[in-house]
Design a protein around this ligand. Structure first.
Ligand SMILES: *Cc1c(COP(=O)(O)O)cnc(C)c1O
Length: 230
């Protein structure tokens, strides 16, 4: 059985307190850090709970799953794709997602731009960077980030909001922190070289959100701490 709304609501309150406390340590304003509930593998009620609590958006990692749940949730809720996207699903993804955080190849940029153009949209995206140099993770190599950004900035139907990364799984908490610091450095260098804004740094999950906030995260993607184990 899925959790009751009251449990969700208490967990969301507790998470916001965790974020606020990390912000206090970092000398940051908690309003700079958005909490994105990750509803993947959970029933459609998970998205309903998020909307009822007042979250504006939820994250899903598969196009098909989001396409099935989205009609069951309030129409005002925005959906963001945080999982790997194959080019052949790009068009479906553009119809369902308000933003795609997992763009990691030139080929994907081109198909997303074309689909967004055909659907009369300007699609917000984040570029996923493998900032932890983890062979098990998707995301473009940091060395290839400048070229990917240049390509993205040249496309008329995409809007690059920033960067996203997933830290390598590790027992050593300094690994996540270094990964997040690396993403911020990459962002700062890209901003210097291109003049792009790149406001968003999507980094931090249930296990490493404090490290992410300390390193400048503007968007933490949280599943387990809100909905329980998958
Ligand atoms: C599942 C997932 C999350 C949420 O992870 P939790 O550890 O459950 O908070 C965040 N980001 C991505 C890309 C995910 O796939």
């Amino acid at each position: 059985m899925f959790i009751e709304y009251d449990i969700f609501s208490q967990r969301a309150d507790a998470l916001r307190a965790r974020i606020a406390s990390a912000c206090a340590t970092a000398g940051r304003n908690p309003a700079e850090v958005t909490l994105l509930p990750v509803t993947k593998t959970h029933p459609a009620a998970a998205a309903d709970y998020a909307a009822r609590y007042g979250f504006a958006a939820v994250g899903e990692n598969r196009v098909q799953e989001a396409a099935e749940k989205r009609p069951l949730a309030p129409a005002t809720l925005r959906w963001e794709l945080i999982g790997h996207l194959q080019s052949n699903k790009a068009r479906l993804a553009v119809t369902h997602f308000a933003r795609i955080q997992s763009v990691d190849s030139e080929k994907l940029l081109l198909v997303l731009d074309r689909a967004a153009g055909e659907l009369g949209k300007k699609l917000p995206v984040l570029l996923q960077i493998n900032a932890g140099n983890d062979p098990a993770k998707f995301g473009v190599d940091p060395a290839d980030a400048p070229r990917l950004l240049e390509s993205a900035l040249a496309l008329p139907h995409l809007q690059v909001d920033g960067l996203m990364t997933i830290a390598p799984l590790s027992d050593d908490p300094t690994v996540a922190r270094r990964t997040f610091a690396n993403l911020r450095t990459i962002r700062d260098q890209l901003v210097t070289h291109t003049g792009a804004t790149l406001r968003e740094l999507s980094m931090g999950m249930t296990g490493d959100l404090e490290a992410a906030v300390l390193e400048g995260s503007t968007l933490v993607r949280i599943g387990t701490a809100l909905y329980g184990p998958r």
